[in-house]
Each structure stands twice: as structure tokens, then as C-alpha cells.
Design a binder for this molecule. Structure first.
Ligand SMILES: Cc1cc2nc3c(=O)[nH]c(=O)nc-3n(C[C@H](O)[C@H](O)[C@H](O)COP(=O)(O)O)c2cc1C
Length: 322
């Protein structure tokens, strides 16, 4: 896989972990990084909440050296709060600031932010220009191919991004109306890559080497970004890298490996949030690790009732030996 320059930031490979609210916190990012993700993203954080110095929002931007380079993603609908938030993100140590232009969630759309902005090129241009001016670190964006099926606004937005000094664009190759599932539109993605002068990263439905190849063989596609497919399945980064280097497919993670990741995830989570909150937060992600196991529903039920780390570990020790 190729190394990539995003502005002045060097990444060791071009297979990235996608930003995912409620999932890509520090614990999960560390796991993805250890298994070879070239770049990890924080969850999106509200620009306004950052500007109002909301403590919980600031905690979402805790960054450790071992996960670098890290891109911190901000979301908002006005140039003032977005450029102020970008400065805060830079001061908190992010290597890159990413602007969310793809979130379809109603609350975000109501604020005129996320994917909603794709319908307003003028405002996009204003926000990108002011954010780029406000910081020294590279600024990137993550977009959708459009709001509705059959739309492809990406080439126009990429052109604006280039003119504003944006250093990379990640394109989620599904319209916003499609949410986070369904087949990605590779034709629309290919049109996005065509003639682009900055790196374009493909995203959407990448769960194995073959789909990764579908994206990477598109001329001018500079890399890929994996969301769902990476959670509890971190070796996907190395597997895709190996496939492109040697053409060989490495084996899929065993149940034992998945439980080992889950064990490490629980350790990171309880260290970072404290035992009580760390275990509650594990309820949201545990199903990614256990979904293919026999008795997955029963295991999830047990995990959902756990309030003590020792009990959680005892359960995982039993699962690792089965
Ligand atoms: C639970 C969840 C949260 C997400 N949060 C964000 C986010 O904060 N910022 C963002 O740009 N995209 C977000 N996304 C979209 C992902 O980054 C990614 O574009 C999408 O999941 C498609 O990739 P995939 O098919 O590999 O999962 C989220 C997706 C999911 C499933």
C-alpha cells in the first residue's frame, strides 16, 4: 500500500479508519492503529459545543501519541464556529482537522450542517476558506456523493475544496438518503476521482479485500476508509495491505482473536472512562465482537448487565477457552 502525504502529514498506508460517532473513541482508535490503520479519525464533535468549551466534547478529543497521526472531525453550519473549533482542535493536538459534510442525521441537518451543506456550495466555500485560514494543520473534508440517489455533487465540491486549500477529500459513495448501508455507487466515486488534484479517499461498504480492490483500482483513488467493517475486525487493515502487496489473503480473525481484542477494548475503555462508564459504553460495541459466535444474543445479554470489570473479564476468559 502506498504512503500518502496529507499536507505535511505523512501516513504510512492509505487504509483509514472512518470517523464514527459513539464508536471511534480513543480505545477503539488505539486498537485500529495497532492493527495497521494508516489514519484514524475521532468521532465528529460539534463545533459550537467546542467553542462553548463543553467538557464532554473536549474529552472526545483526547489524543495519545501512539495513535498518531489523528484527524479530529468537526461538524457545524457556520464559518465562525467552524474556524474557532478548528483552532481549538489544533491546540488540543490533532494532526489534521476534518470537516463533516456527510452526516445525514436530522439534528445535524436542522442545524444546516453535515450533508445538508452539500446543497449550498457558496456556504461550503465560505466555511472551508475560513477554516483553512484559521489553522496551520492540514484541513480535509468528508463528503457524500449527494443528498439523493442519482445525484453526484462530489466533483463540484471537490473543485471548491481544492480552490480553498483543502488537502484531502474522503467520499462516502452513498447518497445521504441511504444512510450507512446499501451498495456504494462506484461510478459516482470514479467521477469524483477523475481529474482531482488532491488525494481522494473512497468509503462505503468495504468489508473485504475484493471490495477494497474495487475502490483502489479506480484511477486516481488515493486510498480507502473503513467504517463498520473494521469494528471488532481490526486485522482488516493488515489483511488488505497484505493482499495488495502480495496478492495473498490472510485468514480471518478467529473467535479467540476477537475476544482478545474485546479484552483489550475493555481495558482501554475502563482506564479511559473509569470502570462504571467504561463498562456501560462497552455495551454499544460488544455485539461487533460476538455477533458471529454461537449464543451471541445470550452473551450480549450478559455483557449488557455487567457493572464490574472482574465479572466482564471472567466471562471473556470463559469465551476465550470455548
Ligand atoms: C454508528 C456510526 C457513526 C458514524 N459517525 C460518523 C461521524 O461522526 N462522522 C462521519 O463523517 N461519518 C460517520 N459515520 C459514517 C462513517 O464514517 C462511514 O462513512 C459509513 O459508515 C460508511 O462506511 P462503511 O460502509 O465502511 O461503514 C458513522 C457511521 C456509523 C455507522
Amino acid at each position: 500500500m502506498s504512503k500518502l502525504l496529507i499536507g505535511n502529514i505523512k501516513v504510512n498506508n492509505n487504509i483509514f479508519l472512518a470517523p464514527m460517532a459513539g464508536l471511534t473513541d480513543l480505545p477503539l482508535r488505539l486498537l485500529a492503529k495497532q492493527d495497521g490503520a494508516g489514519l484514524v479519525y475521532t468521532e465528529m464533535v460539534s463545533a459550537k459545543a467546542l467553542v462553548y468549551r463543553d467538557k464532554k466534547t473536549k474529552k472526545l478529543l483526547t489524543i495519545l501519541d501512539e495513535e498518531r497521526p489523528v484527524s479530529a472531525q468537526i461538524v457545524g453550519g457556520d464559518s465562525y464556529s467552524m474556524s474557532e473549533a478548528a483552532k481549538i482542535v489544533q491546540d488540543l493536538g490533532a494532526d489534521i482537522v476534518d470537516i463533516n459534510l456527510g452526516c445525514p442525521v436530522r439534528k445535524i441537518a436542522k442545524a444546516g450542517a453535515g450533508a445538508k451543506l452539500l446543497a449550498n456550495e457558496k456556504l461550503v466555500s465560505k466555511i472551508l476558506e475560513s477554516v483553512v485560514k484559521s489553522v496551520k494543520i492540514p484541513v480535509t473534508i468528508k463528503i457524500r456523493i449527494g443528498l439523493l440517489p442519482e445525484q453526484n455533487v462530489a466533483p463540484g465540491i471537490i473543485k471548491i475544496a481544492q480552490d480553498c486549500g483543502i488537502k484531502m477529500v474522503a467520499v462516502h459513495a452513498r447518497p445521504a438518503s441511504q444512510g450507512h448501508s446499501g451498495t456504494p455507487d462506484l461510478n459516482a466515486f470514479a467521477q469524483s476521482c477523475d481529474g482531482a488534484k488532491i488525494p481522494i479517499i473512497g468509503n462505503g461498504g468495504i468489508i473485504n479485500e475484493e471490495i477494497a480492490l474495487e475502490f483502489l483500482k479506480i484511477p486516481n483513488c488515493a486510498g480507502i476508509m473503513i467504517g463498520h467493517g473494521a469494528v471488532g475486525n481490526y486485522s482488516i487493515f493488515r489483511r488488505i495491505e497484505e493482499f495488495f502487496k502480495t496478492g495473498k489473503k490472510l485468514s480471518l480473525p478467529t473467535q479467540k482473536e476477537k475476544i482478545k481484542w474485546l479484552k483489550q477494548h475493555v481495558i482501554y475503555s475502563t482506564e479511559f472512562y473509569g470502570e462504571k462508564k467504561g463498562l456501560v459504553l462497552m455495551r454499544k460495541v460488544a455485539h461487533y465482537y460476538v455477533k458471529d459466535m454461537p449464543n451471541a444474543a445470550k452473551i450480549r445479554g450478559e455483557i449488557n448487565s455487567m457493572t464490574i470489570l472482574e465479572d466482564f473479564n471472567n466471562l471473556l476468559n470463559i469465551l476465550i477457552d470455548t
